[in-house]
Structures are given as structure tokens and as C-alpha cells.
Design a protein around this ligand. Structure first.
Ligand code: FEO
Length: 181
């Protein structure tokens, strides 16, 4: 009986193929987000807005950490990581607020994607994956809020160059806080 239980436990550790595919898709989405943020950082650097560039560079690194966190989890669960193509990122924006609006849309899509992943884990009774995804759900709340805060400030700044440079300075002081390790 003990031997049977051990065997069942081993089977339960293996992740369901449907969930494996969905996590692989999420890994790709996080890497695509990382790529997009790097392109935004490059854009701001070319505009001499180094604080904005630094903020986006940290965001790029956070998304990469998110992808690696899912890679590690999938490997721990006996799944196979399948990387796929990442779309060419948008690299030109008419104004800083436009880049942040694109960023917000991306974060909202990512939140929806994590929610779908969580619902799949729920349907498949995969409690470990649900637990793992809880961190991502909380992180998405933070990510959406931080982008919304910058958009709100940019809306108030409007065409005021002094305000823009003040925000540039403020964003450049953003601490690294991925917390994904
Ligand atoms: Fe990894 Fe911004 O979501």
C-alpha cells in the first residue's frame, strides 16, 4: 500500500500537459514583455530621458525574472520548457505617455493571462500551481498600479518640460525590487 501511495505521489508531481502548455505560453508572454520594455528603454535613452530609460530597464529585468521563475517551476514539476518566437517590439513612441499606455495595456493583458492560468490550475485541481501563481497575481496588482501612477503624473504634466524633467529624475531613482528570486 505504501508503495502504491508513493507511486501516486510521483504521478501527481508531474504537471498536466494542458497546464504545461499554458505555462510555456506565459513564459513566452513574460519574455515578450521583457523585450518590449527593453525597446522602450532604448527609445527613452535616445530621447535623453535617462530616468525613464532606467525605469524601463528595471521593468525589462523584472519581466525576465518572472519568466525565469516560471521556467524553474515548470522544471521542478517535471515539465518541458518550450521557448517560442518573440514578436519584434515597438520601438518608437510619439510621447512618453504613449509608451506607458502601451505598457499598461500589456500589463492588463498579462493579468488576464495569469488569471486564465490560475483558473486552469483550479479546474485541474493543481494546488501547487495555484499557490505558485498567487505571487504573480499579487505582482500584477503592483505592476498595473505603478504604470497607472506614472500615466497619472504625465497627464498632469502635459507639455510642461520642467515637470517632465522632474519626473525623469524621480523615475531614475526607482529601486530594483523584482522580488522574483
Ligand atoms: Fe510579468 Fe508585468 O508581468
Amino acid at each position: 500500500m505504501c508503495a502504491n501511495n508513493a507511486s501516486n505521489d510521483n504521478l501527481n508531481i508531474m504537471i498536466h500537459p494542458e497546464l504545461e502548455d499554458a505555462i510555456n505560453s506565459q513564459i513566452n508572454q513574460e519574455l515578450a514583455a521583457s523585450h518590449n520594455y527593453l525597446a522602450m528603454s532604448n527609445h527613452f535613452d535616445s530621447e535623453n530621458l535617462n530616468g525613464f530609460a532606467q525605469w524601463m530597464l528595471l521593468q525589462h529585468d523584472e519581466e525576465r525574472q518572472h519568466a525565469l521563475k516560471l521556467v524553474g517551476y515548470l522544471q521542478d514539476r517535471g515539465g518541458r520548457v518550450k521557448l517560442s518566437q518573440i514578436p519584434v517590439p515597438r520601438s518608437e513612441f510619439n510621447a512618453p505617455i504613449e509608451a506607458f499606455q502601451v505598457s499598461l495595456a500589456q500589463e492588463q493583458e498579462n493579468t488576464a493571462s495569469i488569471n486564465r492560468l490560475y483558473e486552469l490550475a483550479l479546474k485541474l485541481n493543481d494546488h501547487a500551481t495555484k499557490s505558485h501563481l498567487q505571487w504573480f497575481l499579487d505582482e500584477q496588482v503592483e505592476e498595473e498600479k505603478s504604470v497607472e501612477d506614472v500615466i497619472a503624473l504625465l497627464e498632469r504634466i502635459g507639455d510642461d518640460v520642467t515637470g517632465l524633467l522632474f519626473l525623469n529624475d524621480k523615475l531614475g531613482k526607482r529601486p530594483s525590487d523584482s522580488g522574483a528570486e
